[in-house]
Design a protein around this ligand. Structure first.
Ligand code: GDP
Ligand code: MG
Length: 793
């Protein structure tokens, strides 16, 4: 029987996990391991994917993935074999008895800091770098903002478009915290996971701060165990303790420290509780380079110790190689067993060694009765299970979970999910574009106008050169100003998006919308950037950053410009008034649908050609709903605003000046008195024949299209200036040509600001490729439309 056949509300025990490679590893890393109990909570409203509860948290899984997971009835066998599993703490004291008792490397616990004899204190003045690592939704952003205050730098990890945020700890000079992306494991499954382990192994931070969601401790500790293997000084920040306590639960901190061998500090990042203590522990372990006191989590008595012997055998074999490659030996051994080719390559093992290792692993698989990856994942989760049994006092109910379940009855309910989604997104767009954003935009525009007027008066008064005057007023103020007036809309949109994200609703949207998106080769997570694209491509492209795979990101970004953005609305309005009075609604709806349709066509073609492959498996956590912290939201808005302004003043600035130059000068570099004499007009004259087949091969229209490249609204203003009146335009082109032109405007190149964002996310080549594809699609569809419209009109 497979997981797919389970009904809502039923539980079962996982018997086998199919699939292969990274996908399968990801199932295992998320806790889907033979022997684990799962409960099927519900199906998404469209029947796929499903929501499961496993290891005390909720995750999503597609039916096609569920098919690969075999199950058996819960009752038939105990979920976790208890044989020979004494309490780990007992065994530990047993083993250690007579020997020196290992004190956990805490700060000031009874005056014991660390062993003076083996002290490895870093020289004063060494920069203490910390990696902040944790699962998604564990409160990492909140803690990072608490730790660093406002002194943060945002950049990219070298070579990939994964955010790299860093900053000094407040009031502690000579420190740096690097916020690693939210990850579940150190398997090379996503860019984020690769970047994170590369950072820790390659750049060797002086310490790791591992943040763990205490309300979801089983799943969160899985990463902790892998981080400990990296043998870097580490502290564990046990976050969300306010919720644990609020529900009457508790955690035996000292016992947990003892079992894990690293300091554990209970905190509440949102309430800023325990953060100072966390900082002093982190500084301490880093300064004295106190490695985790325990790395050996494989249990000698667990299933006859098969995994334990296998791991240790391999560790002995590869010790020298690991040393030479400068990677922690236990981490290397685990990764070899899991079949991680990156690690295997770096280790540079001889054929003979590889064969020996293979024999050892096969032996282990036979003895343990599980395949290699599952055996390792199981080893980690069985340790965690025992640890949790000994140290965590769970409560019967979690108020946050109950609340989440209630909210989910509506937001992911069979009949209510989609209406709720439309309602919420509609509200977000309405508030952004009609209420708050529009108001702020108007305010900013009049501010820019005012400033521009003042500067103009000043320029006239001081009698500056005509060219300089035109550059400042027509070029900079008009060009950059019109792009900057988008800032409020982008900020407001991001404000709502970050609310949706931090509350946990975004994950639900992805859950609900996965099925339709999957048909075009994407996963549910792509819905949000695409929706935002209807507002403005720029934040749409910017928000694609959260997508888990490079392929999904590329495909999503490619689709965003097809979603008709609001800057194109003035063009539609202008043409409808001139050519199609009374048929506005029909044409608007038609244009939006055509954009979506073309997006789907392009997605399907890309899926079959350049971006082959499947969307990544949809194994995603559905966190409890939580109130977002004001500070996180503000910090994010500030970052996005900075990002956009930087773009406005670099690439957009240059582009506007280029267009201004082309529009203001003649070929002889004299000032163009008549617009028809400018270089732009001449250039437009050259490209105008391209538009002849669609019936609008007029240089004035070509000019308008070129200026539309800066900002789509300029199409209308350029047309008005060059034609002088609507009547002149109506006289110049036929109705069919006007229809074709509208379609061309809908589909042709994204504006400069959008291209700049695409370049930032995907690089120059992709930005260029997307521009070319868009233009080609626009031409073809517009040409076809002209043919059809000429016949019927
Ligand atoms: P990230 O995904 O790991 O970056 O997590 P965030 O920092 O965005 O936090 C996820 C959600 O948990 C947000 O809504 C936070 O406001 C909330 N949160 C973070 N820390 C705490 C905490 O200590 N207690 C409670 N109750 N909520 C928290
Ligand atoms: Mg975050």
């Amino acid at each position: 029987m497979t997981l797919r056949e389970l009904k809502a509300g039923e539980s079962a025990v996982i018997a086998s996990v199919g699939g292969e490679g990274a996908t399968r590893q990801h199932f295992l890393d998320m806790g889907v391991i033979p022997g684990t109990e799962v409960t099927l909570i519900k199906f998404a409203p469209m029947g796929d994917p499903m929501e499961l509860r496993v290891h005390d948290y909720e995750l999503t899984l597609r039916l096609s993935e569920a098919e690969q997971i075999g199950i058996r009835n819960s009752g038939s066998e105990p979920a976790i074999e208890e044989s020979g599993s004494k309490k780990i703490s007992e065994k530990k004291t047993e083993k250690k008895s007579g020997k020196h008792h290992h004190h956990h490397p805490g700060l000031g616990e009874g005056g014991i800091f660390h062993e003076k004899a083996t002290e490895k204190k870093l020289p004063e003045g060494t920069l203490l770098t910390f990696a902040l690592a944790g699962n998604q939704n564990s409160g990492k952003t909140t803690l990072f903002n608490q730790l660093t205050g406002s002194n943060q730098h945002v950049g990219n990890f070298p070579g990939v478009t994964v955010d790299r945020k860093s900053g000094a700890i407040k009031g502690k000079p000579n420190t740096e915290v690097v916020d690693l992306p939210g990850i579940y494991s150190l398997s090379p499954y996503t860019d984020e996971e690769i970047v994170s382990r590369q950072y820790i192994i390659g750049e060797k931070p002086k310490g790791i701060i591992n943040i763990v969601d205490a309300t979801n401790i089983e799943r969160n500790l899985y990463l902790t165990m892998q981080l400990i293997e990296l043998d870097v000084p580490m502290v564990l920040a046990l976050n969300m303790m306010d919720e644990v306590r609020g529900n009457g639960g508790s955690i035996k901190i000292n016992e947990m420290e003892e079992l894990l061998g690293i300091p554990v500090v209970p905190i509440s990042a949102a309430k800023n509780e325990g953060v100072d203590e966390l900082i002093s522990h982190a500084l301490h372990v880093a300064k004295y380079q106190e490695s985790p006191g325990k790395k050996d989590f494989c249990d000698e008595s667990d299933h006859g110790g098969a995994v334990h012997r296998c791991l240790h055998g391999i560790m002995h074999l590869i010790e020298d190689h690991a040393k030479r490659a400068d990677i922690p030996v236990r981490f290397a051994a685990n990764k070899i067993i899991e079949g991680d080719s990156r690690v295997i390559d770096i280790l540079d093992l001889s054929q003979n060694e590889k064969e020996m290792i293979e024999h050892i692993i096969i032996q282990m698989e036979e003895e343990r009765g599980l395949d290699r990856s599952a055996a390792i994942a199981d080893m980690r989760f069985s340790f965690i299970d025992k640890l949790v049994k000994e140290t965590v006092v769970k409560t019967e109910v979690s108020r946050e979970r109950e609340r989440s379940e209630k909210i989910d009855k509506i937001l992911t309910g069979k009949f209510t999910a989609i209406p709720a989604f439309i309602l919420i997104m509609g509200l977000v767009f309405w508030l952004t574009f009609n209420v708050v954003g529009a108001w702020l935009q108007g305010l900013l525009e009049s501010g820019i106008d005012f400033l521009s007027g003042k500067v103009e008066a000043l320029l006239v008064a001081s009698d500056v050169n005509e060219v300089v005057h035109s550059l400042i007023i027509d070029g900079i103020f008009n060009g950059v100003g019109s792009v900057i007036s988008f800032l409020p809309i982008i900020i407001i949109l991001f404000f709502f998006l970050s609310l949706l994200e931090d509350t946990g609703y975004m994950a639900r949207i992805a859950f609900v919308m996965d099925r339709p998106l999957r048909k075009i080769g994407l996963s549910g997570r792509s819905i949000v950037p695409m929706l935002v694209g209807f507002g403005c491509s720029v934040p749409g492209v910017m928000s694609s950053r959260t997508l888990p795979s490079e392929r999904d990101r590329k495909l999503t970004v490619m689709l965003i410009p097809f979603m008709s953005c609001t800057a194109k609305l003035p063009i539609y309005g202008f043409f409808i008034a001139a050519f199609f009075p009374g048929r506005g609604a029909l044409i608007m709806i038609g244009l939006y649908l055509l954009g979506i349709l073309m997006g789907i066509v392009v997605a399907l073609i890309s899926k079959a050609t350049a971006l082959r492959g499947e969307a990544v498996p949809f194994v995603m956590e559905l966190p409890n709903y939580r109130m977002p912290g004001a500070r996180n939201v503000l910090q994010l808005l500030w970052e996005k605003a900075k990002d956009f302004l930087m773009k406005a003043f670099t690439i957009i600035f240059v582009a506007t000046i280029v267009i201004w130059f082309l529009r203001s000068f003649t070929l002889g570099l004299g000032l163009a008195v008549d617009a028809g004499d400018s270089i732009l007009a001449k250039l437009a004259g050259i490209i105008a024949p391209i538009f002849k087949p669609m019936g609008f091969g007029d240089w004035r229209i070509a000019t308008a299209l070129i200026t539309g490249f800066i900002a789509k609204e300029s199409v209308v203003s350029t047309l008005s200036v060059l034609f002088g009146s609507t009547d002149a335009l109506v006289a110049a082109i036929s109705t069919a040509a006007a229809g074709a032109l509208l379609i061309f405007c809908l589909l042709y190149t994204p504006c400069v600001a959008a291209i700049a964002s695409i370049k930032r996310e995907l690089g120059r080549r992709w930005a260029l490729r997307i521009v070319l594809i868009q233009c080609a699609v626009a031409w073809i569809v517009s040409f076809a439309a002209y043919g059809i419209l000429s016949m019927i009109l």
